[in-house]
Every structure is written in C-alpha cells, then in structure tokens.
Design a protein around this ligand. Structure first.
Ligand SMILES: [Mg+2]
Ligand SMILES: [Zn+2]
Length: 195
C-alpha cells in the first residue's frame, strides 16, 4: 500500500450518508440500522463513492455506533450490518483504506463499551494515528457527513467538510454553516469531483 501514500483522502460518515437512517419505534427516533434487513443505501451513494474513487480520492469510513453500548441491540447485530454494508460496497467496486467504527459511548449502560474514547467523532485521536500510518495528504483531506459531529471533526482535523442534507438528521446539524451543506450525492461529486 506504500504506493498509495500521500493521496487525497475522504473520511466518509456512514449513517445518513451511505445508508438511510431507520425509524425506531422504541425510541421514536431515526437511528442507525440494527439489522441487515433494515439497510437501505441512500440514493446516489454507491455511484457517488465510485465516481470519487475513480477521480483519485481514497476513501475511509468513520462511524459512531453506540446503540449496543446503550443496550438497544447486540454488538453482533451491528457487526453484521457493518459486514453487510462493506460487502455490498465491495461488490460495486467501492473499497475503503480503513474503517473506523466506534462502539463506545460515555453514557452507555455499565460495561466494557462505556467509556470516553478517542475514536468517537468528533474526537480525533484514533484518526490521527491512522492518518499518520497511511501518510494521508493533509492538504487534501475531506469529511463527508450529515451531522454537526462530522463538521466538528473536519474542523479539528483541518479538513474540508461537505455535509449532505438529510431530513431525518437536520436536528443534529444546527451548528454547521449552510455553505458546507449540499443537497444530494450528485452535488457532493460536483464539489469534490475535480481534484
Ligand atoms: Mg451520519
Ligand atoms: Zn470509541
């Protein structure tokens, strides 16, 4: 992988960006899919990721997944969703340089996943180690997300933020300036398509 050093890199959020959120009747909120059957890709996501990769961007997936830590489901269910999404994308030719999943939450039910960690966005510690390992081009580093934590992450990393509008996460995107927000995946590709 040494020949890939220094290439531009996009950190891609998953829920609300790659896949749709799912309405959960127990919480009354739109959340991350808890089962493989609940996984639906967002319109244009797979095609958009393929186009960005073809342009020369490397892609990495960065996702917070606290549902098991909060006792809403089992970690094995979330891991099955993770494998399913990665597998479906791989079938379409979309590969990630790395995936960083955070299963923790500081206010989780007591147990091994209840802690302050440095892999939960917008924390940057774990990502900084990976960016160093992969010698990412810090001048061409982008975060694609849909919530304020993605925008905050971009700011802390010195990266450009491109946030996809998504009706079911707008309430979690109050701090992000509108100049960072685009309507859909084709607009993401238009903004990032010319390296
Ligand atoms: Mg998201
Ligand atoms: Zn974590």
């Amino acid at each position: 992988m040494g020949t890939d050093s220094g290439r531009p890199l996009i950190l891609v959020d998953r829920d609300g960006v790659v896949n749709e959120l799912v309405y959960c009747t127990d919480s009354g909120e739109w959340e991350s899919p808890r089962t493989v059957a609940d996984v639906r890709f967002r319109d244009g996501a797979v095609a958009g990721l393929k186009q960005l990769a073809a342009t020369g961007w490397q892609l990495a997936l960065v996702s917070n997944q606290p549902s098991a830590a909060k006792g809403k489901c089992r970690l094995t269910d979330l891991q099955a969703v993770r494998r399913h999404i990665a597998g479906r994308l791989a079938e379409q030719g979309v590969a990630f340089l790395f995936e960083q999943y955070c299963w923790h939450h500081p206010l989780a039910v007591p147990g091994r996943w209840r802690r302050r960690c440095d892999c939960r966005k917008p924390e940057t510690g774990a990502l900084e180690r990976k960016l160093g390992k992969w010698q990412a081009d810090r001048q061409r580093l982008v975060v694609i997300g849909d919530q304020d934590c993605d925008w905050l992450l971009a700011g802390r990393l010195g990266a450009e933020a491109v946030l996809l509008d998504y009706p079911y996460s707008r309430d979690k995107r109050q701090r992000t300036p509108v100049t960072a927000v685009v309507a859909d995946w084709p607009a993401v590709v238009r903004r990032l398509g010319n390296l």
